[in-house]
Ligand binder design. Structure first.
Ligand code: NAD
Length: 356
C-alpha cells in the first residue's frame, strides 16, 4: 500500500553491532540525547554542530560538556562548523570514517521560518544535500535524518499516517523538511544510499528547546511569568517524550531500509488546556494565562499514526504525557538549582538569535 514502490520498503539487514556514527546537530536537544545513548551502549560518535544562536549557546555548550564528562574524548569527537561546508564534512569523513549518519542538525521552529526562510533553505535543504552527497561517496550504510510532523501541515486529516495523508507544508520550515524527504528518495534512487526520514511530533523533556511550549510553560509558570495561549485551548498536539524519540531514532539507525519515512510520536493528542493543567500540577503553581489568536503557520491538530514505526521498527512510545511533564519539571528545578542553565532562556529564545 501507499505511494512508494515495493523495493523501498525492503530492510537491508538489521545491524546491532558496534558503529561509528556521525551525529549532526549533536550539541542540540535531540542530537545530544541520541549521542548519549549511542555512547552509552558502546558506539563511537562524531559530532558536527555549528553552535548557532537560535537559542542560548550556554545550553548547547552544557549539552556537549555533559557528554564529554561522561565519555571523555576517545570515543567522542566534536567538530564545530556548518554541515554545508564541503571541506569540513569531507575532512570528517576522511579523518573519522563514520559509516552511519544520524542527521539531526537543522534550523528548527515554524514561526521564525516565515520571517527568515533563507536560513532554513540553507541549513535544512543544502545541508542535507551536502551530507547525502558525501554519505553516498564515502559508503555510509544508513542515513537517518530528522523530518517533522509539520510536513502534514494543512492536511484535513486528524490522524496522520505516512502513506495515506497528503502532505501540505504550510511554512518554509515544513517545506524544507519535505524537501529533505524528497532528496532522500533521490539519493536512494541514484546511489543506493539507505535513507530513513523520521517525522518527529513535538518533542520535549530534560534539556528541551527553550523556544518550545513545554519548556516555556514550565519555565514561566515556575517563575510566575505570564504564558501565552494561542487560540481557545482546544487545539491538540501529539507531544513525544525525548526517551521515546531517541529509542525510535536508535531503532532506525540499527535497521537500514532502502528508503523509508516513519512517524515518531506518542500516538495520542493532548489539548492545550490539559497541558497547562498538568504543568500547573507538576510545577506546583498557578499559571497566568494571556489568550491570543491562532498564529499563521500553526497546525491546529497533530496526532501520529505510529503503526508503521511499530511494525517495521518495533517502536512503541512508553512515557505517558503526565510522567513526561513531571520528569521535565523535575529536571527544570534541578537544572536551575545547580545553575546548569545560567541564562534566562526567555530572553534568549526568540527564535532568530536576535534581541526580541
Ligand atoms: P536543536 O536546535 O536543539 O538542535 C539542532 C542543532 O543543529 C543545533 O545545535 C544547531 O546548532 C545545529 N545546526 C543547525 N544548523 C546547522 C548547520 N547548518 N550546520 C551544523 N549544525 C547546525 O533542535 P532539536 O529540537 O534537537 O531538533 C533536532 C532535529 O529534529 C531538527 O532537524 C529538527 O528540525 C527536528 N525536529 C525537532 C522537533 C522537536 O520537537 N524538537 C520536532 C520535529 C522535528
Amino acid at each position: 500500500t501507499g505511494s512508494y514502490s515495493w523495493e523501498t520498503t525492503d530492510i537491508v539487514e538489521p545491524h546491532v553491532g558496534y558503529k561509528k556514527v556521525l551525529v549532526t546537530g549533536g550539541a542540540g536537544f535531540i542530537g545530544s540525547h541520541v549521542a548519549d545513548v549511542l555512547l552509552e551502549r558502546g558506539d563511537d560518535v562524531v559530532i558536527i554542530d555549528e553552535m548557532n544562536d537560535y537559542y542560548s549557546l550556554d545550553i548547547k555548550q552544557s549539552n556537549l560538556k555533559l557528554l564529554q564528562s561522561k565519555y571523555g574524548n576517545d570515543r567522542l569527537k566534536i567538530y564545530f562548523g556548518d554541515v554545508c561546508d564541503e571541506e569540513l564534512v569531507t575532512n570528517i569523513f576522511e579523518t573519522e570514517h563514520p559509516t552511519w549518519v544520524c542527521h539531526m542538525a537543522a534550523r528548527a521552529g515554524v514561526r521564525p521560518s516565515i520571517q527568515d526562510p533563507y536560513v532554513y533553505i540553507h541549513s535544512n535543504i543544502k545541508g542535507t544535500t551536502r551530507l547525502m552527497e558525501l554519505s553516498a561517496k564515502y559508503g555510509v550504510q544508513n542515513f537517518v535524518f530528522a523530518s517533522s510532523s509539520s510536513v502534514y501541515g494543512g492536511s484535513k486529516s486528524t490522524f496522520f499516517s505516512e502513506d495515506e495523508v497528503v502532505d501540505n507544508p504550510v511554512s518554509p520550515y515544513a517545506a524544507s523538511k519535505k524537501a529533505c524527504e524528497l532528496l532522500a528518495y533521490t539519493y536512494h534512487h541514484l546511489y543506493n544510499l539507505n535513507t530513513t526520514g523520521l517525522r518527529f511530533f513535538t518533542v520535549y523533556g530534560p534539556r528541551g528547546r527553550p523556544d518550545m511550549a513545554p519548556f516555556k510553560f514550565i519555565d514561566r509558570v515556575s517563575r510566575g511569568v505570564e504564558i501565552q495561549q494561542f487560540g481557545d485551548g482546544s487545539s491538540s498536539r501529539d507531544y513525544t517524550y525525548i526517551s521515546d524519540i531517541v529509542d525510535g531514532v536508535v531503532r532506525a539507525i540499527d535497521r537500514p531500509y532502502r528508503y523509508q519515512i516513519f512517524n515518531l510520536g506518542k500516538g495520542s493528542g493532548t489539548s492545550l488546556r490539559e497541558f497547562i493543567d498538568l504543568v500547573q500540577k507538576h510545577v506546583g503553581q498557578k499559571a497566568k494565562i494571556k489568550i491570543l489568536p491562532d498564529q499563521p503557520g500553526d497546525v491546529p491538530y497533530t496526532c501520529a499514526d505510529v503503526s508503521k514505526a511499530a511494525r517495521l521498527l518495533g517502536y512503541e512510545s512508553e512515557v505517558s504525557f503526565e510522567d513526561g511533564i513531571r520528569l521535565t519539571a523535575e529536571w527544570y528545578k534541578d537544572a536551575y538549582a545547580h545553575r546548569q542553565l545560567q541564562v534566562c532562556p526567555e530572553t534568549q529564545a526568540n527564535g532568530l538569535g536576535r534581541a526580541p
